[in-house]
Design a protein around this ligand. Structure first.
Ligand SMILES: C[S@@+](CC[C@H](N)C(=O)[O-])C[C@H]1O[C@@H](n2cnc3c(N)ncnc32)[C@H](O)[C@@H]1O
Length: 285
């Protein structure tokens, strides 16, 4: 269901039409829905979904996760695909607060973890300011789901003693003003969210700031979902591989020595695109 099917929820002034609403505000539960595979939801998230009466959910929440909702729960899609926002963020916040102030409990459902590139922090700040009670249920972030699913540990004593999660898409897309010397450090893993359209520039800058062109790098598209793909290469050839394989968001860019471990941990997957089958070949032998 889309916001359009819930136009009464979006009417300015709804639900009180100017009258003072004296009810205590409902609780907002900010829930991370994980990277896609519903088996990766936390138990707390499942319980919150099963008890929900009204949910505002984002673009990256997979349909299989929504299946945990009671059939008669009100579902409002407020999704966001980059540059294609169903509702602007300010309107999402306004709607969430208005609904809570009407006395309704609101489940705010976001892909991955709400506090990792999910604007959960902004929404929590707005709830505090509005005096609306809230609670936060974490979710597995896409990097964790991808790591387990494609066989790329995020840290490993032989390859990476630090991990950086960063975004490859800056607010208002004002150019990639990033801390390249920090990102190009050796013995670290860098995972970039929202970076597919800037992949050539990202790889170019990392090499320009000192990482060798043969540094292992991967793209993981639709991690943990049945049509997941993982493409591995190096900083030098990943942009061309991305074009050749038609990689599209949602996808993560993973950079660092840990990417080379995939060949050992998932033998048989090679350097090419790997679709679907997430069972390591050795587990079947
Ligand atoms: C707005 S951020 C949301 C991140 C989310 N809060 C999290 O913790 O994973 C959206 C970006 O997350 C990444 N992403 C989310 N789910 C993904 C998935 N299943 N596979 C690959 N990347 C994913 C992509 O880079 C996508 O462009």
């Amino acid at each position: 269901m889309s916001v359009m099917e819930h136009s009464h929820l979006l009417t300015p002034g709804w639900p009180d039409d100017g009258t003072v609403d004296e009810r205590a505000p409902g609780l907002v539960t900010l829930v991370g829905a994980g990277p896609g595979d519903p088996e990766l939801l936390t138990l707390k998230a499942v319980k919150a979904l099963q008890a929900a009466r009204l949910v505002l959910y984002d673009h990256l929440v997979s349909p299989a996760v929504l299946d945990f909702l009671p059939p008669d729960a009100d579902r409002v899609y407020v999704g966001k695909e980059s540059s294609c926002h169903t509702l602007p963020q300010a309107s999402i916040i306004e709607l969430m607060i208005r609904l809570a102030r009407s006395g309704r409990a609101v489940l705010r459902l976001k892909g991955g973890d709400g506090y990792i590139f999910g604007r959960g922090g902004e929404e929590a700040q707005a709830l505090v300011k509005a005096g609306v009670p809230f609670t936060v249920v974490p979710g597995l972030t896409a990097a964790q789901g991808a790591a387990a699913s494609v066989g790329i540990p995020l840290t490993h004593r032989d390859h990476a003693c630090s991990l950086v999660l960063t975004t490859g898409h800056l607010r208002d897309n004002t150019g990639l003003d990033m801390d390249w010397p920090m990102l190009a450090r050796s013995r670290q893993t860098v995972v970039l969210y929202m970076g597919v359209s800037n992949l050539p520039e990202i790889c170019r800058q990392l090499v320009a700031h000192g990482l060798p062109g043969d540094t292992p790098a991967a793209l993981v598209e639709k991690a943990t979902l049945p049509d997941e793909r993982c493409i591995t290469g190096t900083l030098a050839d990943l942009p061309a591989l991305a074009v050749a394989h038609g990689v599209k968001p949602p996808a993560l860019i993973m950079v660092g020595g840990v990417v080379s471990l995939r060949a050992q941990l998932m033998p048989g997957t090679g350097a090419a695109a790997h679709r679907g089958d997430r069972t390591p070949a050795h587990a079947l032998a």
